[in-house]
Design a protein around this ligand. Structure first.
Ligand SMILES: CCCCCCCC(=O)SCCNC(=O)CCNC(=O)[C@H](O)C(C)(C)COP(=O)(O)OP(=O)(O)OC[C@H]1O[C@@H](n2cnc3c(N)ncnc32)[C@H](O)[C@@H]1OP(=O)(O)O
Length: 235
């Protein structure tokens, strides 16, 4: 049986292939490491317990250093011409900062498409704290940068963040499910304008808007999102 091939522009948000056994293990390992990191924050243990844990962590790090890393440049190169493997497709998303389930630095934030809205949710633990008991504003900015970038799922091109404006309206609590939503506002040549909101406990805590600049010519709506020209400012 020939293996299915994946294309970078044909991987809808939240619709990744089933994890391979390797991906499932990487995710499991990352969740353990993230949980360890969460435990470490102001851990009130004695020095001997910390010394023993450090030895275990050092041994784990040294065993992992015995392996090499798959090349992101090669993975993206294959995906961009529609020749990506299932493992390539998984590796593209699994290590994304803040959202990748195999990234030990991720809470993780989970993204999905809900019609014309990009949604996300996350529960931030103490490792993501800014003010006491609240999520760090920079973490929310990062989440919003990623969320707004996902509005590029509605268009045929991809680019980098040009401008991101964030207005913090109320503190966002830790250990509480936070929800995010973003929408495409309009296209203007190589520029994509989008806006987003963050809610916790039914209260809007952050508003953001951003401009993305395409790296490959003008942004164009994908045919299935052509209706965005009707009920929004999308040009
Ligand atoms: C492909 C996978 C992407 C993954 C992204 C993950 C999210 C990120 O972390 S991205 C990293 C953060 N962003 C960056 O590092 C971007 C750094 N900036 C740059 O590289 C460049 O300034 C770049 C690419 C944004 C624009 O440069 P360039 O392609 O030369 O654009 P340029 O020709 O000057 O301008 C094109 C249009 O965009 C506008 N523009 C340029 N820069 C910006 C900006 N920062 N904000 C708003 N508008 C801008 C210009 O005014 C111009 O508009 P118009 O056509 O109306 O005159």
């Amino acid at each position: 049986m020939t293996e299915e091939k994946y294309h970078y522009f044909d991987m809808p948000l939240g619709e990744l292939p089933e994890p391979t056994p390797v991906s499932a293990r990487r995710r499991e390992l990352a969740r353990e490491l993230a949980a360890i990191n969460e435990q470490l924050v102001r851990l009130d243990s004695d020095e001997a317990a910390l010394a023993a844990a450090t030895e275990q962590a050092r041994a784990l790090r040294q065993s992992l250093e015995g392996f090499s890393h798959r090349s992101m440049r090669d993975i993206l190169g294959r995906l961009i011409v529609g020749q990506g493997s299932r493992q390539d497709a998984l590796d593209m998303a699994d290590f994304e900062i803040l959202s990748g389930p195999a990234n030990a630095m991720s809470p993780p934030v989970t993204f999905w498409l809900d019609g014309d809205i990009v949604r996300a949710r996350a529960t931030f633990g103490r490792a993501f704290m800014g003010p006491p008991g609240k999520v760090h504003g920079g973490v929310l900015s990062l989440a919003l940068d990623m969320l707004l970038a996902k509005t590029q799922d509605f268009v045929s091109n991809v680019g980098m963040t040009g401008t991101l404006k964030v207005r913090y309206m109320a503190p966002t609590p830790l250990h509480t499910e936070v929800s995010f939503e973003a929408r495409l506002v309009r296209l203007e040549g190589r520029k994509l304008f989008s806006e987003a909101r963050v809610f916790a406990d039914g209260v809007q805590t952050v508003a953001a808007d951003g401009i993305w600049i395409s790296s490959q010519g003008d942004y164009r709506l994908k045919p299935e999102y052509a209706h965005l020209t009707d009920d929004s400012d999308v040009a």
